[in-house]
Every structure is written in C-alpha cells, then in structure tokens.
Design a protein around this ligand. Structure first.
Ligand SMILES: [Zn+2]
Length: 459
C-alpha cells in the first residue's frame, strides 16, 4: 500500500518535505529548511524527521530555500542519490544554497561572539558542493524515470523561474497511482513567467495553501504605484529605497520599470541593483528566455531586453555600495527583502532620517523584522546597532505576491472536484490551510485532509 508522510510544511509554510512510499521505493518531495524561531527550527533542520537511508530519490519543486534549503543536510547525513529538478531550478540552487550555508555560518559566528549557546550549522559549504553534484536536471514536459515503476513530469508552476508542479505516475504492483504535488503555485498573468499549467486529474493531490484564506490586490496597481512613487520622490528631491528579495521580486521590479520607461510614464532616473545575489539571480533569469511568457518574448522580439532598464547599474563591490550614500536621487533595489541583513541596511541608515526619501515596501514583512517596523510606522528603529528617527515616507505596494491566492487556487483546483480521490492541503498556516480545505469541500471534494506534522497516510 502506498503511503505519504508529511514531514514539514504541515499546517505551516516552511520546511516543505513529504515522503511518498510506493512499490518502487521512497521518493522525498522537497527538502526545505524550516525558518522561524531558532529553538524550533534548529532541531527540525538537523534531524529532518527521517533517515537518509529511507530515501531512494528526491524530487524538488523549486529553488526557494523553504523547499530546497535542507538538501545539503540530507547529503551531509549520507544521502547519495539523485536530486531531480528543472534546469533553471538547478541554476538558482547554485546561488541560493551557498548563500544559505554562508548565512548559517555567520549566524553561528554572531551567537558565539555574543556568548550565546552555539550549535554547529546544519551544513557547510562542502556539503552544498556535494549536493549540487547530485542534481539531475530535467526540461519541463519531459517525463523521466525516478525509480523503477515511478515516472515524473515537471509541469509549469509559474511561481518563480524553474518552479514546477510535480506529476508522479506510480505502478503499484499493477495498480496505477497518480500523485500530483503543486509545489508553490503562481498566478495567471504574472510578469515574465508563463502561466501555471492546468493541474491534471489524479488520485492524490498535495496542494499548497499559503494564501488559501486571502485574495490579493490586483497586480496592475503595482506599476501605477511605482510610477507615482518615482514622480513623488523626484518632485521633492529624494531617493527611493526598495528592499526586495533577490530571486523573483527584483526581476519583477526591473521588468515593471522597463515597461513604465518604454511607455514614457516615468522620467529617466538612476537605478541601482545593489546586492551581489540579486545581480546573479537577474543574470540567471535573463539567461532562461525559453521560459519567458508571451509578453516578455514580445519585448525581446521588439529589440528590448525585458530586464534591462536605461539608467540601470549593477553595483558589485562594498565600496561602490557605500558610495551610493552620497546619491540623493534615484532608486536603489537592494536585499534583504525584510531589511534583516544585507546592503539595504546602510542605505536605510542614510535615508530613514530624510523627509524627502521614500522606502517602498513591495513584499511581505514578517513580524519582528526591521521592514515590518518601518511599515508599521515606528518612530524610531534600530539599524546596525544604532537607533534612528524615522522621518522618511514608508509606502506599501501590495499585489506583487508570487503565490496564487484563494481565488487562483480555487480556479486551478475547483474544476477537479470528482476527479481527485484525495486532497492533502499543505504549505499554509493552520488558518489558511483549514479555510482552504473547507472551500474545497464546498465545491465538491469528498476527501480533503489538512495533515499535521509527521502524519502518515495510506493512499
Ligand atoms: Zn516558493
């Protein structure tokens, strides 16, 4: 009898890991890092909830660290098998996994310096290198054998470059078992990326539910908000800081800026991408033109590069980055997205005290982060160990999420009512996951579960 064990992202959004056991062997779907309070994540990222000997193959939905970031730990613990992913996902992992190892090493150093108890990081750069060697690249829509009796096909998920819906067809001693895992699902009409492929009818569906209880603002407002911000900052002689995640959000902003420029809606201003990771991620996205949607291809056909904006410079050295302290106008795109680390911090230290400057919050800011404090309108904020009065304007631009919202999820999955035997709702906080499970029951799905951490189900 086939089984699935939910080892992570069960009533939770990080640490995506699900172990599918079929006649051909055990397939681990995703091996993500648990993010959040150290006391919870430390153990979860060290122990993984399984023995590496149990895993015969890994299939990865996409490169985000909460889906891929524990792979080097699995390898460190002894896993030597294949890690199947799309070609673009492998390219992104070459940036993101070393970055993850560095962040963990720095965290450990920081704790040690401050006399706090330190556990060694779950993995080091050597483990990352070994992991990268175990990646097996695949094209979309090109079925391949994962194990004897288990075939896999990657469908477009439209969430970030390389993201895939995982379609698994298993032979259970003569009985066919069709399992589909949405990974993280994107949105129709999202910039640069192709729309998600339809989810096929199947026996067992694992669906994400990050925004299973919410509806996003319409995406068209983003360009208008960006246009307005640039006009306002120019009129008062200030500059704009945009904290943005390196993969996805940074490229979407460049794409939107290019569209505004070509339409003559914004003046030409200096634009800097000031994050080495963002620069490299932008190069990876630009190199995968074969994955662009129709509009991005049309821009290419018209002789433009959809990610190259006039006035754009990629800042490389720390000295060049510091030199931006003297720039009074223009737009600086920098990481990290929630203002927790990275070069955005020294730009904020310069700008928060200036009334004419504008901080544009374009992504989700988790509770407790500097980004959240700015969005929540704190009078003073700590930056790099000092307190600063906030005099700049902080504006939030919604609608840029790369996740399907409740309506998108229902549009993608609803039509499968009666054509899917069992649904497991994963990758959502408890409220969102349970709300979405109810919504699926309402449209006619008979057997919907919201598994808890560690739950084992026969399918
Ligand atoms: Zn994701």
């Amino acid at each position: 009898m086939a089984r699935i064990q939910f080892l992570g992202a069960a009533r939770h959004v990080t640490g995506s890991r699900h172990l599918l056991s079929v006649a051909g062997g055990n397939v681990l779907l995703d091996c993500g890092l648990v993010q959040g309070p150290r006391r919870l994540s430390d153990v979860a990222n060290r122990e993984l909830g399984l023995h590496p000997q149990q895993v015969d193959a890994v299939v990865l939905s996409h490169a985000h660290i909460d889906h891929s970031g524990a792979l080097p730990r699995l390898v460190k613990l002894g896993y030597r098998g294949a890690i199947h992913c799309t070609d673009a996902t492998a390219d992104l992992l070459e940036l993101l996994l070393p970055d993850s190892a560095n962040i963990q090493a720095e965290n450990a150093k920081f704790l040690e310096k401050h006399g706090k108890p330190v556990t060694p990081p779950p993995y080091e750069i050597a483990d990352v290198e070994r992991t990268l060697d175990q990646l097996v690249r695949h094209a979309y829509h090109a079925p391949f054998e994962v194990l004897g009796g288990v075939r896999c096909e990657f469908l477009e998920a439209g969430h970030i470059l390389g993201s895939a819906i995982v379609d698994l067809r298993c032979d259970e001693n003569g009985r066919a078992l069709h399992v589909v895992f949405t990974g993280d699902l994107g949105r129709r009409g999202y910039p640069i990326l192709r729309d998600p492929d339809p989810i096929p009818p199947c026996d067992v569906l694992l669906t994400e539910s990050t925004y299973g209880d919410r509806v996003h603002e319409p995406a068209a407002d983003v360009e208008r908000a960006l246009e307005q911000a640039i006009h306002d900052a120019e009129a008062r002689g200030g500059r704009i800081l945009v904290p943005a995640f390196s993969v996805g959000r940074t490229q979407n902003l460049l794409y939107a800026l290019g569209r505004l420029q070509r339409a003559g809606r914004i003046p030409e201003i200096p634009i800097w991408v000031d994050s080495p990771l963002s620069t490299r991620a932008t190069r990876v996205v630009a190199a995968h033109r074969e994955l662009f949607d129709k509009e991005a291809r049309r821009i290419l056909a018209d002789g433009h590069d959809p990610l190259l904006v006039s006035g754009l410079r990629f800042v490389s050295t720390p000295e060049e980055s510091k030199a931006l302290n003297f720039e009074r106008r223009g737009l600086i795109l920098s990481a990290s997205g929630m203002c927790e680390a990275g070069r955005i911090l020294h730009h904020l230290a310069v700008s928060v005290g200036r009334e004419q400057d504008l901080v544009l919050a374009v992504g989700f800011m988790a509770r407790g982060t500097l980004g959240r404090k700015l969005v929540d309108g704190y009078d003073t904020v700590p930056i790099l160990g000092e307190r600063y009065h906030v005099r700049c304007e902080v504006r939030t631009v919604g609608g840029m999420s790369a996740h399907a919202d409740k309506n998108d999820l229902l549009a993608a999955i609803g039509p499968l009512a009666g054509k899917v035997r069992r649904v497991f709702v994963v990758h959502g906080e408890e409220d969102a996951a349970c709300h979405f499970a109810d919504a699926l029951r309402d449209v006619g799905f008979a057997h919907v579960d919201v598994p808890v951490q560690g739950q084992l189900e026969e399918v």
